[in-house]
Design a protein around this ligand. Structure first.
Ligand code: NAD
Ligand code: DAU
Length: 352
């Protein structure tokens, strides 16, 4: 029997990573999937309960800022492919603690690049390092236009600056060491297992608990929303069929002003919770704006569409319905991540 291909997915206990791990474990029985995650506040193995016993899956607790640990892991497992999602991902947290973002997003990425390069050296051509990035590296759009793969980088938050930096390092390793990379820059994701610090899951949780809905500034900021499973499908396609040394934009073709999205969510939640129309909307509270708040993101995803035929499979209406239903039927998950009890469990179970 031939040996399974060893594939590393970093950040697989997080929101997007868990959907990517699930897809790879189920779609590719010939791969052995290693999920490397530090289990920060955003990492939660409950996201992967359904596949954790699969014979082609192994969880490894570890920190990508630890280069010795990575070099050892790479030399033991000889990963032929890397899908790198581990990151500090929340813009607001980056404003209070920028260095944490430099450490994981920049230094952590360079550590991974080094471990990959040191393992394969002259034998890299058929291997693959896939770096998952964000549309926020392009900065902010005005009222018109779309981000393309040619848009100049212009990051405005410590988060987006750290992601932009990591993208540059990946490209530089391609140019300098011949490292076979792919980068994708995606718009805002939403869906099951999204940590309730980001707009949609935070507001769903607050509506359930009849707590205020803190809309930043005047709410007239625009984001392009994509259902997370459609992102996981795009990642699968690019990992297998994307061209080496290329960047691909991924987006939902689905722009919403925050306030319009929040109003739609409120209406749907009133209906689902059998509450009087307007109950959720009355919770909307305008609060101080996010510093450096980007006005508008919108992605031109025609390159991945033309080259690989990818497009979102669910409409926003369908995706939002699925998302709300998931949160309403997974109150235990919400309760665990908001109470922090699952972190206590990790401390006891893993000893750190
Ligand atoms: P997340 O915050 O939900 O998950 C991040 C995961 O990385 C967590 O499981 C966490 O424990 C792990 N992690 C953090 N620091 C680590 C470290 N030092 N070592 C090992 N693991 C560590 O993030 P997400 O929203 O799932 O985003 C995943 C990736 O996709 C990120 O690179 C992010 O920049 C990118 N991205 C996110 C979005 C979005 O809308 N969420 C959109 C485009 C791109
Ligand atoms: O565009 C991709 C990016 O999308 C990813 O790279 C990031 O990891 C991800 O967090 C997300 O960044 P945003 O800053 O766009 O997402 P967030 O959910 O934090 O905010 C969405 C919009 O809602 C933004 O305009 C800020 C606003 N907002 C957010 C929160 C948390 C509010 O008005 N109130 C809030 O409480």
């Amino acid at each position: 029997m031939s040996k399974k291909k060893s594939i590393l997915i970093t950040g697989g206990a997080g929101f997007i990573g868990s959907h990517v791990v699930r897809r790879f474990v189920k779609q590719y029985p010939d791969y052995h999937i290693y999920n490397l995650d530090a289990l920060t506040y955003a990492g939660n193995l409950e996201n992967l309960r359904d596949i954790e016993a699969s014979p082609n899956y192994t969880f490894v607790k570890g920190d990508i800022t630890n280069s010795d640990f990575l070099e050892k892991l790479f030399s033991e497992q000889r990963f032929e492919g890397v899908v790198h999602l581990a990151a500090e991902s929340h813009v607001d947290r980056s404003i209070t603690d920028p260095l944490a973002f430099v450490k994981t997003n920049v230094i952590g990425t360079v550590n991974l690049l080094n471990a990959f390069r040191d393992l394969w050296r002259e034998d890299m051509w058929d291997k693959r390092f896939y770096h998952i990035s964000t549309d926020e590296v392009y900065g902010s759009l005005g009222q018109d236009g779309l981000f393309t793969e040619e848009t100049a980088y212009d990051p405005n938050s410590p988060y987006s600056a750290s992601k932009a930096s990591s993208d540059h390092f990946v490209r530089a390793y391609g140019e300098t060491y011949g490292l076979p990379y792919i980068i994708s820059n995606c718009s805002n994701n939403y869906g099951p297992h999204h940590f309730p610090e980001k707009l949609i899951p935070l507001f769903i949780n607050n509506i359930i608990n009849l707590k205020p809905l803190p809309v930043y500034g005047d709410g007239n900021y625009t984001r392009d929303w994509l259902y997370v499973i459609d992102h996981a499908v795009a990642i699968d396609l690019l990992f297998h069929k994307g061209r080496i040394g290329e960047t691909y934009n991924i987006g939902g073709f689905n722009e919403w002003k925050n306030i319009d999205l929040v109003r739609l969510l409120c209406a749907k939640m009133d209906h689902k919770l059998s509450r009087a129309t307007g109950t959720s909307e009355s919770l909307i509270t305008y609060v101080k704006d996010r510093p450096g708040h980007d006005l508008r993101y919108a992605i031109d995803a025609s390159k991945i569409n033309k080259e690989l035929g990818w497009k979102p499979s669910v409409t926003f209406e369908e995706g939002l319905e699925k998302t709300i239903d998931w949160y309403l039927s997974n109150s235990d998950w919400l309760q665990h991540v908001t109470s922090g009890s699952y972190q206590e469990y990790y401390k006891n179970h893993y000893g750190s």
